[in-house]
Design a protein around this ligand. Sequence first.
Ligand code: ADP
Ligand code: MG
Length: 446
Amino acid sequence: MQFTEFSLDKRLVTSLEHMGINQTTEIQSKAIPVGLSGRDLMASSKTGSGKTLAFLLPAMQRVISTKALSKRDPRVLILLPTRELANQVYAQLRLLVANTQYKAMKILGGENFNDQAKALAKDPHFVVATPGRLADHLSQQHLYLNGLELLILDEADRMLDLGFAEQLRAINKAADHRRRQTLMFSATLDHGEINDIAAELLNEPEHVAIGESHVENQDITQKIYLADHLDHKEALLNHVLKQQHKQVIIFTATRDDTDRLAGKLAQQGFNTSSLSGNLKQAARNQIMDQFSRGQQQILVTTDVASRGLDLLNVSLVINFDMPKFAEEYIHRIGRTGRAGAKGDAISFVGPKDWDNFKKVQLFLKKRFELSEIDGLTGKFKGFKDKQSKSAKATKTVNKGTKPTKGVKATKAKSKDQRDKRFITGVDVGDAPMLRKPKSKLQETPE
Ligand code: ADP
Ligand code: MG
């Protein structure tokens, strides 16, 4: 389909031409008409399939072609889980707004609060924000949302994972009127508590799902290597990095691991940077900026960078540790293989990763073949069901390629693991408040 078939404002079509984009992707052809119709929408499609324009174009068209409900309040509010993603969406929005008289602004955690308050006083039409900071401004009455026409939640499920439910509810309440439209997007919308919040925020939404979230992006080749311990993972990593790659993103479980591993790789002469949620915002921006311009070859990071980032030269994603939330696997590997390009994803699974690996298999409803590298095959072959982490690998253990039975046992555990996630030093980026137990918070609210 061509974008011209949507009867979009000419200026939008011109902006798309400047971006070199003329044919819609599948999600765009299905979601844009719903967006334009004014109905609420829950939309999912695989990573890198063009969801951003699927919501930005209807948003632009609405602002251009209808009269504002209020002169002062923002007309469109776009919420995202991380600042990096908000920056990226804001950059795309700027390209579309540039041809028009409308003002767009971003309101992110980690940046100067008073400057933001002043900027909000200039009455932007579009606000791109992380939920924590936006809710702070709302409670300080630096903006009102009575006139909000369109609320967009990108990577909505991740915002819930990060504990933003309360902020989303406050924002929803401040913009509670009949004429508001709400759009929700993610590659993974079919799990967890997302349905509860969707029921609160959306009004009889249309559902558009291109493929199911557990059907992986076919452009990404996935490999799994078993590893005995940390040194073994590092040996595997060295082997993998010896081959030719464009840019590489390596995901680790915690911020400490990120820094340690990045340091080691830098010592070995790799052009490496590391990004984690504890850095100052200016440093985070600089790291992302340099990486996206190709100045660094390797980015070592945590799940703070798993969502949404559109980095076109990433040809390899490595899960040095498996993610704790199964759906993050899809998002992490989705940093490669974008917009039709091919990519590789490699995961190291050690004894500590085994439970999380099983959860990924359950989520994807598939059993991975295990790969081996000559000379780097270890002893660990996976655990038998229910033995798990505490058990020792024995000679009689299955090859690890067996389907993971005992779904129930894994499910029962996963709630536990979700809670544990917040006390084990896992990087949750902009999380404002962590779910349980609150007394052990490690993150500073933003
Ligand atoms: P998603 O949010 O689904 O992960 P993005 O919106 O980040 O995907 O888009 C991924 C990449 O595809 C971006 O670089 C974007 O510019 C590009 N893109 C988006 N729509 C199209 C299109 N219709 N044709 C070609 N490229 C597109
Ligand atoms: Mg996206």
